[in-house]
Structure formats: structure tokens, C-alpha cells
Design a protein around this ligand. Structure first.
Ligand code: PLP
Length: 374
């Protein structure tokens, strides 16, 4: 078998599973209760918060826990909605950003969508031109989830800061966190969203870095949990499992090289397929994601064939897997309909083996042999 769908979700780390299970059994108190059992839960929660904060160069009190990155992205974007406001984003964001932006437009916000190039890059000059004194929020993802295009938050914040002292910068770092070193101070961001289940932690847990001094208006009405930043009892076992899944910077850097080699091996193995397009360019994309298009193939049909052979991939992204619209990301990259229809996404993790890569490639070549139509 070969699980090549790690951008959709990852297998939980054993240590994370154990930590969740232990927390469920031992730390059942409500971290907001004042008695001993509650305080014990609070201690465990706060030490997990400290670890997660450190992993992104943030202060402990700058981390707010959520139910995942969909909530995190909505939380930040929707906080800035005000009639007449101006936002900037890109045409290839995750639906949790794009849908929040569409909602903002309905509420009277003017949203500019930056164009993306054939390999998913934005043009910093266009960003500079679109920024105005009135711009309230810029939201640009670190790594695209469909074909891995990488954007350096540092370069983007430099452009924003030079032009505007008002605009806040939000980064959806879901596919970049634990793949690249993330440092919110070096990136100079105001907000950054991450998700536990993309980094071998449990599902339904995420965090947002909220820079000291900012207090976005929450999405949920309710209690004063998370110091008033997010109502609702925190998923303590989930957060503990998330913190247990984190890696050191050294591990991030060495895994990067390892996975880069795996991706190159996959590219080499597939280069013999006639007409294949690689939608992720080596130096412009994350090693963890490889988008390919094979004209004459149908992505969904290929996916089912591969699944029967024990090779698990996706068309576009998992969250849009069940809708039949062409990928907005590949459309934004200017690809033709036929190319988009033959697209699949392969995504790797630190423990993907060379055997999985070779097996996956062999089955993809078989799929082309059996399923391709002129
Ligand atoms: N942003 C990006 C780039 C993603 O890939 C995902 C994953 O689906 C999300 C946001 C949403 O994350 P979650 O599943 O935690 O809501």
C-alpha cells in the first residue's frame, strides 16, 4: 500500500495517541473550574500551549485554541468585516478563506484577489499596488494545499509594512507548519492559523497565533474561555495530542531534505508518462506536495483505480473532493479544462518510504496504460 494523501490528513503519531488517551482518562476536569481537578486540567492545557507557542516563536499568551483551521481562518477574517473595508487575498486560498471572503463581500467589504502564475506564485508588485491606506487585512497562505506553491511570509509582510501601518497580515500556515520552520516574529505576521491533524495530531483541533495587543472579535458568543478570545470549553485532550505531535526545528529541516528526495524520485518515476504535467516546481513548492496532470485521464477515475490497488491519492483537495467543479486553484493557475480534469495530488510525509513512492508510481503508470483515452 501507499498512503500518498498526507495533505488531506496524516496518520496520528503513536505518542500523540497515547497522550490523548492519557489526558482523557487523567485530566477530565474543566480547565476553567477553580477546584483542584480543574486546575490540574488547566496546568496540562497551559503546558501544551507553551509548547505550541514555542514551536512557532510566539509567546504563550498569543496562542488561541480552536476546532481547527477552518474556524481559525473564519475567526480572523470575519473579525475584520466592516462595510467599506478593504481586504486582499489570492485566488488560490483554501475554501475556508475564500468562502469567508465571499461572505465579507456580501457584507460590503471590497476584496481584491491577487492573480497567481502557472506555478502558483503571486506577484509582490501587484500586492504593493493593491494595498491602500484603507486596507484592513491581507490573507495569504504559506503553502497551497493543492499543488504546494510556497510563499515566503517574510517577503509579503515586508511589502505590507512598507506601504501600510494599518493593514493586518494573516497567514494560513496549515500546510507549511512543521514542514518549514515557522517563526511569527521573523515572519512579522499579526495572525497565523495552524491545524493539528495535518501534522500527525488529532482532528478537530487547531490554533491561531494572535499577536499581543490584537483582540479580534470572536466568532462564537458564549463564555470567557481562552481569556475571552474564544468561547467554549477547550478540547484539552486534543490540544495535548497536538502538542505531543510537534517536531523540533532540526527534525523539520532534516525531514525537508528527505521528503524533497522522495518527491524528486516520484517525478523521475513519472517522467516517462507521455504528456504529463508537473504542477509543482521544485524550488517554488513544498516537497510534501506534488500536483500532476495527465491529459486524457479523469482524476476521479484514476483515483478509484489507484484506491483498488492500495494507492491513496486525491484529486485537488479532500475538502472539495466531492464536488465536481473544476479546481479553482488550477483554474487560477491558467490551466486548461482537459489538464485540470486529469489532475491528481500526491502528498507525502516524513515517514513515506521509497517503496511507497515506487509502488505508487508503478500503479499510476498502469492507470495510464489502462484508462487513458485519446
Ligand atoms: N487551510 C488549508 C491550507 C488546508 O489545507 C486545510 C485543510 O483542509 C484547512 C485550512 C482547514 O483545516 P481544518 O481541517 O483543520 O479545518
Amino acid at each position: 500500500e501507499a498512503y500518498l494523501d498526507n495533505a488531506a490528513t496524516t496518520k496520528m503519531r503513536k505518542s500523540s495517541i497515547l497522550a490523548v488517551s492519557e489526558a482523557m482518562e487523567m485530566v477530565y476536569g474543566n480547565p476553567n473550574s477553580i477546584h483542584g481537578i480543574g486546575r490540574k486540567a488547566e496546568d496540562v492545557l497551559e503546558s501544551a500551549r507553551k509548547k505550541i507557542a514555542e514551536s512557532m516563536g510566539a509567546r504563550t499568551e498569543e496562542v488561541v485554541f480552536t476546532s481547527g483551521a477552518t474556524e481559525g481562518n473564519n475567526y480572523i477574517i470575519r473579525s475584520y468585516i466592516k462595510e467599506g473595508a478593504h481586504f486582499i487575498t489570492t485566488a488560490m486560498e483554501h475554501p475556508s478563506v475564500l468562502q469567508a471572503m465571499a461572505y465579507a463581500e456580501k457584507m460590503g467589504v471590497k476584496v481584491d484577489y491577487l492573480k497567481v502564475s502557472r506555478y502558483g506564485q503571486i506577484d509582490l508588485r501587484e500586492l504593493q499596488e493593491k494595498l491602500t491606506k484603507n486596507t484592513a487585512l491581507v490573507s495569504i497562505m504559506m503553502v497551497n494545499n493543492e499543488m504546494g506553491a510556497y510563499h515566503d511570509p517574510k517577503e509579503i509582510s515586508k511589502v505590507i509594512r512598507e506601504k501600510s501601518s494599518r493593514a493586518k497580515f494573516h497567514v494560513d500556515a496549515v500546510q507549511g507548519f512543521m514542514k518549514y520552520p515557522v517563526d511569527v516574529r521573523e515572519f512579522d505576521v499579526d495572525y497565523l492559523t495552524v491545524s493539528s491533524h495535518k501534522v500527525h495530531g488529532p482532528k478537530g483541533v487547531g490554533a491561531v497565533f494572535v499577536k499581543k495587543g490584537q483582540k479580534p472579535q470572536g466568532l462564537l458568543l458564549g463564555g470567557e474561555q481562552e481569556r475571552g478570545f474564544r468561547a467554549g470549553t477547550v478540547n484539552v485532550p486534543g490540544v495535548v495530542g497536538f502538542s505531543e505531535a510537534l517536531k523540533t526545528k532540526d527534525a523539520i529541516l532534516s525531514d525537508f531534505v528527505r521528503v524533497q528526495n522522495l518527491k524528486e524520485e516520484m517525478v523521475k518515476e513519472l517522467s516517462s508518462v507521455d504528456g504529463i504535467l508537473f504542477n509543482s516546481q521544485k524550488d517554488l513548492s513544498s516537497p510534501y506536495i506534488l500536483g500532476i496532470s495527465i491529459p486524457g485521464m479523469r482524476g476521479e477515475v484514476t483515483l478509484h483505480y489507484l484506491s483498488d490497488q492500495g494507492v491513496y491519492v486525491s484529486t485537488g483537495s479532500a475538502c472539495t473532493a466531492k464536488d465536481t467543479k473544476d479546481s479553482h486553484v488550477l483554474l487560477a493557475m491558467g490551466m486548461k479544462k482537459k489538464e485540470i480534469q486529469g489532475s491528481i495530488r500526491l502528498s507525502f510525509e516524513e515517514e513515506t518510504s521509497l517503496e511507497e513512492i515506487r509502488y505508487g508510481a508503478e500503479k499510476i503508470r498502469d492507470a495510464v496504460k489502462f484508462l487513458r483515452r485519446p
